[in-house]
Design a protein around this ligand. Structure first.
Ligand code: PRT
Ligand code: ZN
Length: 294
């Protein structure tokens, strides 16, 4: 164990992140929220964290899976769409809940689309030939795939293809190119990927980082809640917001009343507030949580 610890201090995990583009900011922000500090900016090729054994390599997102497979980087942050399309020897470590988008089939707005059979015999332009081919096979559709690397959305307009398969976020790119989304092929978000066989020391560093990332993610999904309630409402309110172990109860100066502190899931927050108000809760304060460790 002592050896592993000694080695951990000299060992470093190299994480490839997008140099510039849609995932760059989210990737750095997540690492910063995990308390990693970096001295120099993103204009470098790489930068070391000053307080954690991690080095960032700044690369084009398309190249990250290959670098991770080759061991040039130990881990990387890419869109799940890129992870699946590239079919490299990478493993998915964790979904990161940013860079959320979908890969969808879209056709010209004038098309009277009824179902997926429409694609039989058609030509589809895409930068994701593997994913599209797989989707077509699963749905027994025979269609041509025309691989292009950028500006996929203009393909139908210039007669290059009948339809496209591309990333959609708000849908405004499709709209302004006279296209409509007809099938969702894949839902995607940024993911942390890692090489297939990291050394024990590197794996241990990655696990520590993952622990922090999970604490940040849990915190984002929860809120700290404080409220005042009559003492007889403590029990039913505790059943609604049991918190991590159980709520903290503090007596108020006003007789027969208490202050109750707990944690509530963001998703069912409003519904729970209504239930607690009905039980007599007042003066409800809701506060963001920075890190959450169960
Ligand atoms: O230079 P590099 O190769 O590193 O970057 P890139 O240009 O290949 O990728 P980039 O930065 O555009 O996207 C990186 C990742 O962000 C993608 O692989 C997705 O996982 C994710 N992502 C999230 C998106 C979008 N949202 C997105 N909206 N990737 C691309 N788009 C594009 C899409 O291609 C289309 O042109 O935005 C347009 C659609 O957006 P809406 O909002 O008009 O629907
Ligand atoms: Zn790219």
């Amino acid at each position: 164990m002592a050896m592993l610890n000694d080695k951990m201090e000299t060992e470093i995990v190299r994480i490839a992140v997008q140099k510039s583009g849609r995932l760059q900011e989210g990737s750095i922000q997540l690492l910063k929220e995990s308390s990693l500090r970096f001295s120099n900016g993103k204009d470098q090729l790489k930068t070391k964290a000053v307080n954690f054994p991690v080095e960032l390599l700044f690369l084009r997102d398309d190249d990250i899976p290959q670098y991770v497979e080759d061991g040039v980087a130990d881990a990387g942050i890419v869109g799940e769409n890129v992870f699946i399309e590239k079919q490299k020897n990478n493993k998915l470590v964790n979904r990161l809940n940013f860079g959320i988008c979908r890969l969808s089939l879209a056709v010209p707005r004038s098309v009277e689309y009824t179902n997926i059979q429409w694609f039989n015999g058609k030509n589809i332009a895409t930068s994701y030939p593997f994913i599209v081919r797989q989707f077509l096979e699963q749905n027994n559709i025979q269609a041509g795939i025309h691989e292009i690397s950028g500006s996929v959305e203009i393909a139908p307009g210039i007669g290059l293809a009948d339809a496209i398969c591309d990333i959609v976020s708000t849908g405004s790119t499709l709209l302004s190119n006279g296209l409509k989304e007809v099938e969702v092929v894949l839902r995607s978000e940024a993911v942390l990927i890692a090489g297939p066989d990291l050394s024990a020391a590197k794996q241990s560093i990655l696990d520590k980082l993952l622990f922090r990332i999970e604490a940040v993610q849990k915190a984002k999904n929860n809120k700290y809640i404080l409220l005042n309630c009559p003492n007889e409402a403590i029990e039913p309110i505790t059943r609604i917001i049991p918190g991590m172990k159980s709520p903290t109860i503090l007596p108020l100066a006003k007789k027969g009343w208490s202050s109750l502190h707990s944690v509530v899931d963001e998703n069912d927050f409003w519904e729970k507030i209504d239930q607690m108000k009905a039980l007599g809760a007042e003066g409800i304060l809701v506060i963001p949580i920075e890190k959450m460790i169960l």
